[in-house]
Design a protein around this ligand. Structure first.
Ligand code: ZN
Length: 99
Protein backbone atom coordinates (compact mmCIF):
# COMPACT_ATOMS: atom_id res chain seq x y z
CA UNK A 1 0.00 0.00 0.00
CA UNK A 2 1.37 3.39 -0.90
CA UNK A 3 1.61 6.01 1.79
CA UNK A 4 0.27 9.48 1.06
CA UNK A 5 2.57 12.41 1.56
CA UNK A 6 1.25 15.85 2.35
CA UNK A 7 2.85 19.22 1.79
CA UNK A 8 1.93 22.42 3.57
CA UNK A 9 1.05 24.68 0.65
CA UNK A 10 1.87 27.93 2.46
CA UNK A 11 5.28 26.68 3.58
CA UNK A 12 6.08 25.44 0.09
CA UNK A 13 5.20 28.80 -1.48
CA UNK A 14 7.26 30.65 1.15
CA UNK A 15 10.17 28.34 0.41
CA UNK A 16 9.89 28.85 -3.34
CA UNK A 17 9.66 32.63 -2.99
CA UNK A 18 12.88 32.52 -0.98
CA UNK A 19 14.90 30.99 -3.81
CA UNK A 20 16.98 33.45 -5.80
CA UNK A 21 17.56 32.52 -9.43
CA UNK A 22 20.29 34.11 -11.52
CA UNK A 23 18.56 32.84 -14.64
CA UNK A 24 15.51 35.05 -15.43
CA UNK A 25 13.70 32.16 -17.11
CA UNK A 26 13.95 30.07 -13.94
CA UNK A 27 12.91 33.12 -11.92
CA UNK A 28 9.77 33.59 -14.00
CA UNK A 29 9.01 29.87 -13.93
CA UNK A 30 9.19 29.93 -10.13
CA UNK A 31 6.78 32.87 -10.05
CA UNK A 32 4.33 31.03 -12.29
CA UNK A 33 4.55 27.87 -10.18
CA UNK A 34 3.91 29.86 -7.00
CA UNK A 35 0.89 31.54 -8.60
CA UNK A 36 -0.56 28.17 -9.57
CA UNK A 37 0.07 26.64 -6.15
CA UNK A 38 -1.54 29.60 -4.37
CA UNK A 39 -4.64 29.40 -6.56
CA UNK A 40 -5.05 25.62 -6.44
CA UNK A 41 -7.33 24.57 -3.63
CA UNK A 42 -8.69 21.34 -5.11
CA UNK A 43 -6.31 19.06 -3.30
CA UNK A 44 -6.86 20.32 0.23
CA UNK A 45 -6.63 17.30 2.48
CA UNK A 46 -8.27 16.82 5.85
CA UNK A 47 -5.10 16.23 7.81
CA UNK A 48 -3.95 17.46 11.16
CA UNK A 49 -0.56 17.83 12.71
CA UNK A 50 0.52 15.14 15.11
CA UNK A 51 0.58 16.22 18.72
CA UNK A 52 2.59 14.42 21.36
CA UNK A 53 2.28 13.98 25.07
CA UNK A 54 2.62 11.58 27.92
CA UNK A 55 0.43 10.12 30.64
CA UNK A 56 1.00 11.86 33.96
CA UNK A 57 -0.02 9.91 37.07
CA UNK A 58 -2.32 11.73 39.49
CA UNK A 59 -4.46 10.87 42.46
CA UNK A 60 -7.47 12.09 44.35
CA UNK A 61 -6.34 11.60 47.93
CA UNK A 62 -9.83 12.09 49.37
CA UNK A 63 -11.29 9.34 47.22
CA UNK A 64 -8.06 7.32 47.20
CA UNK A 65 -8.42 7.19 43.41
CA UNK A 66 -5.53 7.03 41.01
CA UNK A 67 -5.74 8.12 37.40
CA UNK A 68 -3.63 9.39 34.50
CA UNK A 69 -3.83 12.79 32.82
CA UNK A 70 -2.97 13.55 29.21
CA UNK A 71 -0.19 16.16 29.28
CA UNK A 72 -1.54 17.70 26.07
CA UNK A 73 -5.27 18.18 26.76
CA UNK A 74 -5.71 17.31 30.43
CA UNK A 75 -8.14 14.47 29.76
CA UNK A 76 -8.22 11.85 32.51
CA UNK A 77 -8.11 8.08 32.18
CA UNK A 78 -8.29 5.23 34.64
CA UNK A 79 -4.71 4.51 35.52
CA UNK A 80 -4.80 0.97 34.14
CA UNK A 81 -5.62 2.39 30.70
CA UNK A 82 -2.63 4.73 30.60
CA UNK A 83 -0.71 2.24 28.52
CA UNK A 84 -2.65 3.31 25.48
CA UNK A 85 -0.23 4.81 22.98
CA UNK A 86 -2.58 7.71 22.18
CA UNK A 87 -5.05 9.92 24.02
CA UNK A 88 -8.64 8.98 23.08
CA UNK A 89 -9.70 12.59 23.68
CA UNK A 90 -7.21 14.65 21.65
CA UNK A 91 -5.31 11.98 19.71
CA UNK A 92 -1.92 12.92 21.19
CA UNK A 93 0.72 10.29 20.56
CA UNK A 94 2.01 9.20 23.94
CA UNK A 95 5.71 9.06 23.21
CA UNK A 96 6.74 11.86 25.56
CA UNK A 97 7.52 14.34 22.79
CA UNK A 98 6.35 17.97 22.83
CA UNK A 99 5.45 17.76 26.51
ZN1 ZN B 1 -5.22 14.31 25.25
Amino acid sequence: MSKSKYVNRDELVRYLWGIEFANPIAHNARNDVCDVIEQYEGADADVRENVHGEWVDAEDSELNYYYSVCSHCGSCLQIEKKYRNFCPNCGAIMDGGDV
